[in-house]
Design a protein around this ligand. Sequence first.
Ligand code: PNS
Length: 161
Amino acid sequence: MTRIAIYPGSFDPITRGHEDLIERGFVFGDRIVVAVAASASKDPLFSLAERVELVKAAVGGDKRIEVQSFEGLLVDFAKKIGATTIIRGLRYVSDFEYEYQMALMNRKLADGIETVFLVPAFDLTYLSSSLVREVARYGGDVGNLVHPAVLAALKKKFSRK
Ligand code: PNS
């Protein structure tokens, strides 16, 4: 039976840290659905369509990876696509409380879908989309931290402002 794991997030934008976790996620799924949340953050830099396109540009070449957007509850979407595992990354202690709460609530809502936490690559641990946005906004070099398509999109976004 094909195991489907779901990797949800805002991906505003996708970073090398996310890409690393998706690769690691194949321990838990034969297929990974990267689920881009429609209403994840109040004021995302990139639109939902842009975030989906950038995830596709970064990881879409792998046939085992599917990129989809979702609205509403993550567990409802996970059930709809037949996912049995939710993958989340844990970077620092400060991530833990929110992630733990979310995992418990998701299990309450959908018993049987298990959340697993993955540790990112050493060099990518201190990476986040918000830091990437911040550095790129002020013209800093994030070339090592994101896929070239994301770099180009960030440059375009901030050159217009
Ligand atoms: O990348 P993020 O912003 O940390 O991802 C958070 C996300 C999108 C995974 C989370 O907010 C989510 O699952 N949102 C969908 C709505 C939902 O199911 N909320 C209840 C979680 S207990």
